[in-house]
Design a protein around this ligand. Structure first.
Ligand SMILES: C[S@@+](CC[C@H](N)C(=O)[O-])C[C@H]1O[C@@H](n2cnc3c(N)ncnc32)[C@H](O)[C@@H]1O
Length: 295
């Protein structure tokens, strides 16, 4: 892969994370093998949120990180999933990333049959559901423009860490611009193939995204893997009308919207099978919110 702009690359080993600075047009692979000695390269000592995010990465899953010019981190060795429908394609456009935060409250109101709270209450309520407090590490999977990640960063404070991960570069660029924070880092990646080590997070959320993810159940298993025992999960996603997927019009709705509609028990059953307890499900219109604790 050839890089056309000056970038900083960090290389992960079992024990360390080295920062490298390849030249313009330098091949990333060459840069990564050129300088694995931290004493030779410009090693940062400032423990930024991005630096602390690197410590959570699993070298077996993620070969390194590139800091994109827009300010988020790109994972090396993890492919961004191909889009499989119009909904996903929309998420990858700069236009939609730019207007998304304005339209979300209205979209949620409609999907929840007018039961969704306003934006500020929504964020505060989600942080409460995650039982977030200062110093904790929280992962916001499929974070979009960071509209919840930024709030998490405020709640966990400078000693904590809020990482937003998303597959859409325009969304991540918006996240960096609109929802930054001392405790906040953004990372490109795939929810189905998380780059983190096992049991690194105190809390994980995945909001308004599972219905777009190609393999949503695999993504939930990944979230369970990276969550510490006792950690909290919050999932907000779609619900088939009446909670039933076995009706012909559900397939038509899915085809037209390119959005997956979940049956009432599909996600709660999976969480139970993964050993979660305190599973609570709140349904509203075509939306469901599930909170649970990893045992
Ligand atoms: C509707 S936005 C949700 C943003 C935010 N979580 C919220 O609640 O408003 C859905 C996001 O899911 C992301 N997404 C879809 N599939 C993904 C995947 N496999 N891995 C990571 N992100 C994904 C999209 O790029 C998009 O930003």
């Amino acid at each position: 892969m050839t890089i056309a702009m000056p970038l900083q690359i960090s290389v992960l080993s079992q024990d360390n994370c080295y920062l490298l600075y390849p030249g313009v047009d330098e091949d990333v692979e060459t840069a990564m093998t050129r300088n694995l000695d931290p004493t030779e390269g410009p090693l940062t000592t400032r423990p930024t949120a991005a630096d602390r995010a690197r410590e959570l990465l699993d070298p077996a899953r993620c070969r390194g990180l590139i800091t994109h010019a827009a300010g988020y981190l790109q994972t090396a060795g993890i492919d961004i999933p191909a889009t499989q429908g119009f909904g996903q394609q929309l998420m990858r456009t700069r236009f939609y990333a730019g207007i998304y935060q304005l339209g979300r409250p209205l979209g949620m109101r409609v999907a929840s049959a007018l039961q969704a709270p306003g934006q500020d209450e929504d964020r505060a309520r989600t942080a409460r559901s995650l039982r977030l407090h200062t110093g904790q590490t929280v992962l916001d999977i499929a974070c979009g423009p960071g509209n919840f990640t930024g709030t998490y960063g405020q709640v966990v404070g400078p000693d904590g860490l809020a990482i937003g991960l998303d597959a859409s570069h325009p969304m991540l660029a918006r996240a960096v611009a609109d929802n930054p924070g001392q405790a906040v880092a953004y990372l490109s990646g795939d929810a189905e193939n998380l780059p983190f080590r096992d049991e690194v997070a105190d809390a994980v959320s995945c909001l308004a995204a599972l219905y777009l993810i190609n393999e949503p159940f695999r993504a939930i298993e990944e979230m369970a893997r990276v969550l510490k025992p006792g950690g909290r999960i919050v999932l907000l996603t779609s619900l088939a009308p009446g909670g039933r997927r076995d009706r012909p019009h559900v397939a038509v709705m899915e085809k037209l919207s390119t959005v997956h509609m979940f049956g009432r028990d599909e996600i709660t059953d999976l969480l139970r099978g993964l050993g979660f307890t305190e599973i609570e499900q709140v349904t509203a219109g075509l939306a469901q919110t599930i909170t649970a604790t990893k045992s």
